[in-house]
Design a protein around this ligand. Sequence first.
Ligand code: SAM
Length: 282
Amino acid sequence: MDNQNTENNAENQSFTIENFVSLSAQLVAAVRARETARNDRLFTDPFAAELAGKQALEMAKEREERTKDSVADRLAIRTRFFDDFLIDAVSEVRQVVILAAGMDARAFRLPWPDGTIIYELDKAEVLAKKEAILKEKQPLCHRKAIAADLTQPWQDKLLEQGYQNNVPSVWLLEGLLMYLTEEEVYNLLRNIWDIVAIGSYLGTDILNVYALQSQDLAAKYWRSGFDYPEEIFASIGWYVKVFEAGQPEANFGRFNTEVPPRDVLDIPRGFLIQARKLANKS
Ligand code: SAM
């Protein structure tokens, strides 16, 4: 094909933010499918290729070949980091809430202890696509998919499905917060704080401010970045630990260069965050 002919190159199409945000779920699944095919894979997601679909798989391949950067490695580390985080947490808790679950197939691929229930929230159209693909597959836990816009009240929908706010839980918000404004990020973290029992865990990722200028396909749809995400978590009451891909706790043998010190602000960073509600805020 003529290289100049970009008509079919989905990466050059423009999307509305809503369309892109839905497609982003399939793009991340495509990266998981490509990671699954590697001999040195950090996890196995046998559902990722089907969930991603052809267009996203092509986009992920083109992006990886053309950019030679480490976005795919960072996403693979992020997936594995949160796989481990969730599995550690369910040694104590049995309620798992995945906000903006997209094409996350953890309910179908991780070894959940008996009695685990996973609530997956995302936009109706994203969940409809996912349910159609997974309808014949058996989750390895109880699973409830709940259509919700996370910038609108969603808590009652979760409670109606059986979520118990007086029992500790673990929450995951992966690949979501950059698509929200600063105010929406604060409100979401605050709303989760209000609906979780003491002892609950929360895992999420957040970009720094500089990352918003990145040339990455998704960057023009990102709306917020934080150089010191600790501050927003602490202002609500969360006890928080912040990591970056490449640090010993979040590397899994993938990178062999050191992460620059935190006060270097003019490089793109993706923070991997583990938070916990240890007490009510006085
Ligand atoms: N967590 C999944 C993963 O890591 O594979 C999906 C990440 S994808 C990059 C972003 C997801 O956020 C999409 O599934 C999108 O539908 C969801 N999302 C973004 N804004 C949302 C909102 N306001 N309400 C519900 N879901 C939203």
